[in-house]
Design a protein around this ligand. Sequence first.
Ligand SMILES: [Zn+2]
Length: 374
Amino acid sequence: MNSTIDKKLAELGVSEAAGLAPLFAEVRARFDADAAVATDEFAWKAFRDAWLGRKNGVLARITDNWLKPAAPELKRAVGAALNELRAHVEARIEGRRLAIESGAGSATAARDAVDLSLPGVTRPIGSRHLLRQVFQEIEDIFVSIGFSVVEGPEIETPYYNFEALNIPEHHPVRDDMDTFYLELPNGAATPLLLRTHTSPVQIRTMEKHEPPVRVIVPGKVYRRDNPDATHSFAFHQIEGLAVDTDITFCDFTGTIDYFVKQFFGASVKTRFRPSYFPFTEPSVEFDVSCPFCGGSGTAASGGTCSKCKGAGWIELFGAGMVDPAVYGFVNYDATKVSGFAFGIGIDRLAMLKYGIDDIQVFFQNDVRFLRQFP
Ligand SMILES: [Zn+2]
């Protein structure tokens, strides 16, 4: 790579000061071009030896061929130019070494020497977490029948999390909804807590919008639960709310039935049983006929179906017609509007649909689990 310089060194020699600057500039340009190609350790070593090698390095040859034989009146100028070149060469070579060591060399290599015939670098791209996929699946179903998606804060006041949902301070249901409270400075006006359900967003939505309201509220919720196979201190919900002037119990069960069939398949049946929630009246629990044994309670192998434990039905989630008392908190006229609300546990639904028997795997980020749901 240094044949041109070799030639110059042999032919020209150094005879007068005026020729020095262009000559050294040419050498320097040649060096810079070489430096750009030294993009890996192997190329860098060859590059270093070519320029700094003791016997045949370019700088050694300049010393031997230009500096030593130079006329006495030129020696000083040649020496100064050579020193300047040497400083540049050494700094740049060291700079390349550091760049290659830190990995920047490969980026430079890609820029400076693109080999279009090389196969591309495949970077594995992650996939959405199963819970996110289930969120999306459920949102798509409800959006397709006219619901909008709204979100709200995970840190709430007791008013939105409890009182406005018809759960006064000494209501026993608060025991089941014990949660985490934030440590606030002394004298803080309102305590703050991590929401135990996404229902506070229903209140926030009704405060802002006149009926009709049709929303679903996906999000993370918290309870002071000890972690086990079916409990976690953080889990996920989608709550739904529909309020209008003419919503009946029939609309309610029809909507839920449509959702369940879309999610589990057209062949499943739904049923509801009376239940109790402070913010709905009447309240129900929805069950789905077991999608795994077709509702027979018997597994394909002949034994008892492990999913429904032989019952043929699986408990899904709670729901109900909005308690008129709740409308009082948001200035809706309870004599004119009616509606329904439901709260779907995402983790539980995902476990059911995908045959997962421990809720903790959702949070462990074990790629062997995650890769099963690309
Ligand atoms: Zn079953």
